[in-house]
Write a protein that binds this ligand. Structure first.
Ligand code: PGA
Length: 241
């Protein structure tokens, strides 16, 4: 794993932007693996700015997202589908039919997971953006999820529900389950860029980079990926320096 420590969150976002832009500029029909959460917002702002300033086109770009809350439909303001449209897709010239995310209101979980696994067999990300949970999760693969997992429905850890409650009116509104790509799906990407910012990620970053490769820290699996870059701001990197 290559590690880049940046001074600030903005510098972290710029490094990530450089990597995504390189791919989008080189390969017009590239596939981008995208993440939600606060961490990639700076990156998404830079992609939008670049699109407006330099006319970088996303006309033929495809995207696959990592996860979606169970029970939220695509127009619910807390759904990840809504997050992606409002923070990125609606501000680019991307064709929405080229953007893929699990369907939060699918009633047959198994069918939906199989459908999404098929999507992921066809669309291998040229670059996968990841955030990391304070408990070391990637996507919604919580500690002790098998490294061999494919798309599945998972129950969120208390700490994850608490971390994510800041985006809801109250903690009771946070869904307790989510569809998530499995760790095996994520590891299929040609390149992985994991971003981490802020003090509350220090332990997770330490376990990801310095810990043993172990299912108790899902992100530690990235040590095994042949082309993975961790971009970490100083606040999150304190324990590895
Ligand atoms: P965050 O979430 O970017 O909002 O901190 C990261 C994650 O839970 O994967």
């Amino acid at each position: 794993m290559k590690i880049i420590v940046t001074r600030t969150y903005d510098d972290m976002s710029k490094e990530a932007f450089r990597l995504v832009k390189e791919i989008v500029a080189k390969k017009k029909n590239a596939c981008l693996g995208l993440a939600t959460g606060s961490t990639p917002l700076g990156l998404y702002d830079l992609l939008v700015k670049d699109h407006l300033d330099n006319k970088t086109t996303y006309k033929d770009i495809k995207t696959v997202n990592l996860d979606e809350y169970v029970g939220l439909d695509k127009d619910n303001i807390n759904s990840y589908a809504y997050f992606m449209r409002t923070n990125l897709f609606d501000k680019l010239d991307i064709n929405l039919s080229n953007t893929f995310i699990p369907n939060g209101i699918a009633s047959n979980y198994e069918e939906e997971c199989n459908r999404y696994n098929k999507v992921l067999e066809e669309l291998i990300p040229d670059i996968q953006i990841l955030g990391i949970g304070s408990d070391g999760h990637i996507a919604f693969n919580e500690p002790n999820t098998p490294f061999s997992s494919l798309t599945h429905v998972t129950s969120l850890e208390e700490s994850t529900i608490k971390d994510n409650s800041r985006l809801f009116n109250s903690i009771d509104e946070v869904p307790t389950k989510a569809f998530t790509q499995g760790i095996k799906n994520i590891m299929n990407a040609k390149q992985i860029v994991i971003l981490a910012s802020g003090k509350n990620k220090q332990n997770a970053v330490y376990n990801m980079i310095k810990g043993n490769v172990n299912e108790s820290c899902p992100a530690s699996v990235l040590q095994l990926h042949p082309n993975c870059i961790a971009i970490i701001d100083e606040d999150a990197a304190k324990l590895i320096m």
